[in-house]
Design a protein around this ligand. Sequence first.
Ligand SMILES: [Zn+2]
Length: 139
Amino acid sequence: MGWLPDLADPTFRPGWREQVRLHWVANIIMLRSWQHTVGFILWSLIALPGWLMWAWFFLFLAALAAKGSLSTSAFIGTTALGLIPILAIQHLAFVVAFRRHYAPCYRVAMNRAGTPVCERCGHLLGQSAMECPECGRVA
Ligand SMILES: [Zn+2]
């Protein structure tokens, strides 16, 4: 799993106009599929308990800082450090949601735009390919 999710074969390099068009179509395809839309939202919510704990922690430390028991720099540093694991979990959840629920829609948009691509793995296919040589998915 990369730091940023792969949409398709890295040799596929559309211009920015084509990228915007493909993303527009892919978003519409995803929003028309309740499984992909709900799946994307549920994966994105994985970090919610962490956010709620951070908010509680923030308010707790803010109360200590207001009483003078905690310096302003310690308050800022501690709350900022607490964000790091939550942002990491949020990013991983985004990558999983993106790969599972958005990338397949992007590949459908690529196929509709005339670039044959495997909808499961993103491998570019020849015009007459019936089976993906990368993952074996049959079109
Ligand atoms: Zn494939």
